[in-house]
Design a protein around this ligand. Structure first.
Ligand SMILES: Cc1cc2nc3c(=O)[nH]c(=O)nc-3n(C[C@H](O)[C@H](O)[C@H](O)COP(=O)(O)OP(=O)(O)OC[C@H]3O[C@@H](n4cnc5c(N)ncnc54)[C@H](O)[C@@H]3O)c2cc1C
Length: 263
């Protein structure tokens, strides 16, 4: 807690004792942590010098004594995120990734991949087709103003796909293109929010009832409005997170300004 955007201020500590580390602290917002067998943690191993230089990257078995996972139930009733507490957790020193106090460098590399992944073009393409199906079924596809919104979204999804492909092809040819990962994250998350908003608009009052079970994979119920519209409210709320997690979009803009635009 308190080290979201300001990740370098991370306070969870790992103290080396012989062939193990003793970890004490807390991690908040761990997505699907209730299912995890392992967790990778950025832990403070030194308070010398710049905050970034005293961080290490540790792999921890979630079954270790001293670990508690506490659910955070979000406004939509979902159990997706958790708090994880570490109370004198013993971790074998061999679980250190790379060198001690170099965790910040490894984390930045990993986060760039996470942000590229968050762009989630495949899902955007699938949801675009679903949006069109809903708009047609609900009669708003014929409304040119509404269709303009869909067209704009489609253009932006195609542009995002091209950008992701550029990053991937640069990666395979050995060029470091991960600096633009923040841009992919910003654009991808905004697109995710746009398609959920347009689906809500297309469905009108049928999108309003919130059916919790409808969020489960394979849900077949039909007791509210048109069955296929029931998960829309839940999905709309759930997607509010996308501009926050993986590093907030405001902070991504700062990073892009510094690393890509050089300001
Ligand atoms: C649903 C959800 C799931 C998550 N899952 C995970 C997970 O699985 N693993 C994990 O490690 N983390 C996860 N996170 C944490 C996420 O990365 C942080 O919430 C995020 O980085 C923001 O940090 P914060 O919550 O501490 O907010 P803060 O850093 O306190 O930010 C609050 C606000 O201030 C703005 N802000 C802060 N600093 C600046 C700045 N320098 N310039 C401009 N604006 C600024 C932010 O944009 C934000 O709007 C998750 C978060 C959510 C909400």
């Amino acid at each position: 807690p308190g080290s979201g955007s300001d990740l370098a201020s991370v306070k969870t500590r790992a103290v080396r004792q012989g062939d193990k580390y003793i970890v004490n602290g807390q991690k908040t917002w761990t997505t699907l942590g209730q299912y995890g067998d392992w967790i990778f943690c950025l832990v403070r191993t030194s308070t010398e010098g710049k905050p970034q230089t005293g961080i290490s990257f540790l792999l921890i078995d979630m079954k270790s004594p001293g670990i508690t996972v506490r659910p955070i139930i979000t406004l939509d009733g979902e159990h997706e995120v958790n708090e994880v507490f570490f109370d004198n957790v013993e971790v074998p020193a061999e679980n250190l990734v790379g060198e001690e106090n170099k965790g910040w460098t490894y984390a930045k590399y990993l986060l760039a991949h996470e942000r590229t992944n968050i762009a989630d073009v495949n899902r955007a393409k699938r949801e675009l087709e679903r949006l069109k199906r809903i708009a047609k079924a609900e009669g708003v596809y014929e409304d040119t103003r509404f269709r303009d919104q869909i067209a704009l979204l489609e253009v932006d999804i195609v542009a995002l796909e091209m950008m992701v492909l550029r990053v991937l092809s640069a990666e395979t040819s050995g060029k470091n293109s991960l600096d633009v990962a923040g841009l992919l994250k910003i654009r991808g998350s905004e697109i995710q929010q746009r398609y959920t908003e347009l689906m809500m608009l297309a469905a009108g009052p049928y999108a309003r009832p919130y059916v919790h079970e409808a969020m489960e994979a394979g849900w077949q119920g039909d007791h509210v409005g048109a069955a296929y519209l029931a998960p829309l409210a839940g999905t709309y709320f759930n997607m509010r997170k996308t501009t926050i997690y993986g590093g907030s979009n405001e902070v991504q803009r700062n990073i892009v300004a510094q690393t890509v635009l050089g300001s």
